[in-house]
Write a protein that binds this ligand. Structure first.
Ligand code: ATP
Ligand code: RIB
Length: 310
């Protein structure tokens, strides 16, 4: 049961502005948009809400500013059942992401980090103690924050899941022995120099990630192809659940949250990846970041076969 799981996320909290258009402009070109809107986002907040919607007892450590966006984002986290007592409101400006979405639901994102870059590593690590089952982090906060929190969680015996977004070459060597490391395709390329577009390159990249982080499992998110698992001996591809693509934003966040919870519950990495694919497919089929993430009820109703226990 996910409701018995105690999870923490250390990560970013952003206001997203989403601008829709048929096609994105070339350099120097001006195109007409079709609509726009604001949505609560940030990889950390999205994943925290993903966990909470699936029923886990979830808290987030992060930072916003004492401004309108900061207040809205905190309200939304609370509304979705996330404990925000470890979110500081002392930042200079709340994080902002400008997302442009083309007619095929593909996004391009620019992030202004703001308060997310001002998180104090010691304050963030304060949310990690022996009672924690799961720590989830991403790379949208400073490297020292991620490293400090992951190492503390490993020391305290929690499952540690490292989502490698956004793409950058992070010092994985400084957090040896994480449970699961999970980049998408472009993040894999940034960390390994290898783009995972074939079984050969998936294996090559997974081995590099495994060596760099000593992770127990390397799980690559492969978009419509689903995901791959490397456990140090065997590579397996777990296929996705086909769906109509509306907006891929937060598909990765949705995948990571569901995969992490199912792994903590069952200890079965393949069942975990299958659950991640289900949640990812939900997020792709709906508009928005956090709004597109499934609840445990939605997953249960749609996939009644294997999910009666969650
Ligand atoms: P994001 O758009 O949030 O940055 P991402 O690039 O981090 O996403 P993806 O690999 O694109 O991550 O998607 C995460 C998961 O969502 C995939 O592993 C898969 O399970 C699911 N998914 C993504 N795209 C599709 C699709 N077209 N059809 C079905 N499932 C999909
Ligand atoms: O993963 C999607 C998120 O990335 C968006 O919500 C945006 O805030 C960026 O951080």
């Amino acid at each position: 049961m996910y409701s018995k799981i105690k999870a923490a996320v250390v990560g970013s909290i952003n206001m997203d502005i989403i601008l829709n258009m048929e096609r994105v402009p070339d350099v120097g070109e001006n195109v007409l948009g079709t609509s726009y809107g604001y949505a609560c986002g940030g990889k950390g907040a999205n994943q925290a809400i993903g966990l909470a919607r699936l029923g886990a007892k979830t808290k987030i450590a992060g930072k916003v500013a004492n401004d309108t966006n900061g207040h809205k984002l905190l309200e939304n986290l609370k509304k979705n059942g996330v404990d925000v007592s470890k979110v500081s409101t002392g930042g200079s400006q709340t994080g902002l992401a400008a997302i442009i979405l083309d007619g095929e639901g593909r996004n391009r994102i620019v992030v202004y980090e703001g308060a997310n870059a001002e998180i104090d590593p010691d304050e963030a690590a304060d949310c990690i103690d022996e009672s924690l089952d799961l720590l989830l982090v991403q790379f949208e906060t400073r490297e020292e924050v991620v490293i400090k929190c992951v190492n503390r969680a490993i020391e305290k015996g929690a499952v540690t899941v490292v989502d490698c977004g956004p793409a950058k070459n992070f010092a994985l060597e400084k957090m040896q022995g994480v449970t699961i490391i999970t980049p998408n395709e472009s993040e894999t390329k940034a960390l390994t120099g290898v783009y995972p577009d074939s079984e050969k390159t998936i294996l090559e990249a997974s081995k590099i990630l495994s060596e760099r982080s000593r992770a127990k499992f390397v799980v690559l998110k492969l978009g419509e192809r689903g995901c791959s698992v490397w456990d140090g001996e065997r590579l397996k591809i777990i296929p996705s659940y086909p769906c109509k693509v509306v907006d891929t934003t937060a598909a990765g966040d949705s995948f990571t949250a569901a995969m992490a919870l199912e792994f903590v519950r069952s200890g079965d990495i393949y069942a975990a990846c299958d659950m991640g694919n289900r949640a990812g497919s939900f997020a792709v089929g709906r508009m928005g970041a956090v709004n597109s993430m499934p609840t445990a009820d939605e997953i249960r109703k749609t996939y009644v076969d294997k999910t009666s226990e969650i």
